[in-house]
Design a protein around this ligand. Sequence first.
Ligand code: DCT
Ligand code: MG
Length: 395
Amino acid sequence: LDISWFTDSMKEKRPVAVETKHLIQDVLPEVSTPTSAAAVSQYACQRRTTTENHNKNLTDAFEVLAENYEFNGMEGQCLAFRRAASVLKSLSWEVRSSERVHELPCLGETMEELILQYGRSFEVNKILSDERYQTLKLFTSVFGVGLKTAEKWYRRGLRTFPDVLEEPSIHLNRMQQSGFLHYGDISRAVSKAEAQALGSIIDEAVHAITPDGTLTLTGGFRRGKDFGHDVDFIVTTPERGQEERLLTSIIQHLKQQGILLFSDYQSSSFDMSKLPSHRFEAMDHFAKCFLILRLEGREVEGGLCRAEGDSRDWRAVRVDLVSPPPDRFAFTLLGWTGSRFERDLRRFARLERRMLLDNHALFDKTKKEFLAATTEKDIFAHLGLEYIEPWQRNA
Ligand code: DCT
Ligand code: MG
């Protein structure tokens, strides 16, 4: 593999331990708590979670622990820590005392202890300095590299990007090659202004193809986040059966503009007659594409998010597009708005309502029928849940 395109600074890149000296503060005496801990639901879809996190130190630490469990194939523990972090994110107060902690849902004894022990950041720091954790974290940060591949490379003794790139027996797929090629750009956060600029570019493409097509921002930016790892959009056309053509035409349009750096198009395998699906599926069956686009600085209000010393006036950005049939829009919007909120919405539907929810549909197992929805509010109403705004879904 030719790695001449790989910058020198990148060749030097090694796993780095994150500084966590101030990860978790010392135990402080109890202060008054504005919200009753006992009133917090175990389901994220019954909690309002804004981007304002009063327990960031703790949730960051829990995320490291969860990720380490994930890297070690301990899915139960991983999920438990993710759920606990999600509960902490929803609180309007900072967790400081033991009484408050044990009243909260999803926070088991181990977590209580972790929160309350003196010097409790010890375990987290140990993970952060662990070679296997650092290496898996580094490898999975490359677009197209999943946990399985990262583990395979680790087991072969590879520890750095040059180790991987100079290993003659490793054949990177197209996605991974682009992942390494644009690593510096796409591992840097995308700003709201950059997301807006991309929205305008894609909106123009949609309308050049079909005047009544629509573009809807979704993912983290719809939830009001200031930064994201990519930008997610839903594109639709009211003409049934034209979803796929719309998406392929958009890709063609972006290519002609000279801004398409990478595209992985997945055609639709959506079939309403195969629903409801009883098994958990990571992704929906709609036509979608995973893109890397070239974004020019002049398109962005206030300029690009650039690395220090980078004099280019453009950057590469990850963009995902999905194109559902028009009558599936509400389910897609709810699903692609994402976060733990959406996961718990599915769990709530299944366990509390005997219903199956995914990005395609909502099925009532008691009535044995699909429930129609044109808006997200319709879906919340079917589930007997209070409507939660997108910016309150940062669970
Ligand atoms: N999605 C999905 N199924 C998956 C992964 C994602 O339906 N297996 C949908 C739901 C979330 C949405 O895509 C956006 O996902 P991300 O872009 O990964 O997350 P995000 O919330 O937008 O956060 P980020 O800011 O990191 O992009
Ligand atoms: Mg996203």
